[in-house]
Write a protein that binds this ligand. Structure first.
Ligand code: ZN
Ligand code: FE
Length: 258
């Protein structure tokens, strides 16, 4: 079985667009449509024919380019069923456990409510790829616009169950700001400190910090560590419910200005 190719491109102020291509079948999906012109330019540059848009959630920087991209390519639009009324051009609404395919490659849909009520992610376990939209970021997680902290913690816990070598493709380059907050709550984490230095060097040369490995997030992302005794103790929340610790971490980030 051939390996999927992922083409990543920066667009808007801090979004990443992704084209996922299966050389065997020629099928190509784009994850969200942050910027229709950028998606179409990336397709033209690669010479790839777009088969489908896979939306993660309804925000304009994720689905705002749907109609223009669909109009130019005739592709199918796959999107979370719970948000299909708010996403332009949906052909196929999907729910937890549904599969979407690129040639012979299967991606599983997982529901990860919290950032929005119907947010979904796309996971290809044999290839170790996860397209997580605005649920999990490198060293961070999405803001709670439509869900509760308890919901988001359950969603992140679901992602923690993926294979540690999974490559996590998130939708924004927020990593350096996330690192500052992570260090403010988990300053004793040596692996986090080393990662923050590596991130600063990567950004200094203008390179992306995305994707990251899930194993690295498990060790250094505070939002995946709400049940970690050392982090709980550092927050003065020893033995608290993980969802309550997560709520504190998320609220702290919302008001963090470091
Ligand atoms: Zn969003
Ligand atoms: Fe976004």
């Amino acid at each position: 079985m051939s390996v999927l190719e992922v083409h990543q491109f920066a667009c808007l102020s801090d979004n990443y667009g992704y084209l996922v291509h299966d050389p065997a079948s020629g099928d190509t999906a784009c994850i969200d449509t942050p910027d229709a012109a950028a998606v179409l330019a990336a397709l033209a540059e690669r010479g790839w024919r777009l088969t489908a848009i896979w939306n993660t959630h309804h925000h304009a920087d994720h689905a705002g380019g749907n109609l223009a991209v669909k109009g130019a390519t005739g592709c199918e639009v796959i999107a979370p069923a719970a948000e299909s009324a708010r996403i332009p051009g949906v052909d196929r609404p999907v729910v937890e456990g549904d599969e979407v395919t690129l040639g012979k490659h299967r991606f599983r849909v997982l529901e990860t409510p919290g950032h929005t009520a119907g947010h979904i992610v796309y996971v290809c376990e044999p290839e170790g790829l996860a397209f997580v939209g605005d649920t999990l970021f490198a060293l961070g997680c999405g803001r709670l616009f439509e869900g509760t902290a308890a919901q988001m913690w359950r969603s992140l816990d679901k992602l923690r169950g993926l294979a540690p070598e999974t490559l996590v493709y998130c939708a924004h380059e927020y990593t350096q700001a996330n690192a500052r907050y992570a260090l403010s709550v988990d300053g004793g984490n040596a692996q986090l400190a080393a990662r923050a230095e590596a991130i600063a060097r990567t950004r200094a040369r203008g390179a992306p910090t995305v994707p990251s490995r899930l194993a690295e997030e498990l060790a250094t992302n505070p939002f995946l560590r709400a049940d970690d005794p050392a982090l709980q103790a550092a927050l003065g929340m020893a033995e608290a419910e993980p969802a309550a610790v997560f709520a504190r971490l998320r609220a702290g980030k919302d008001s963090f200005s470091g």
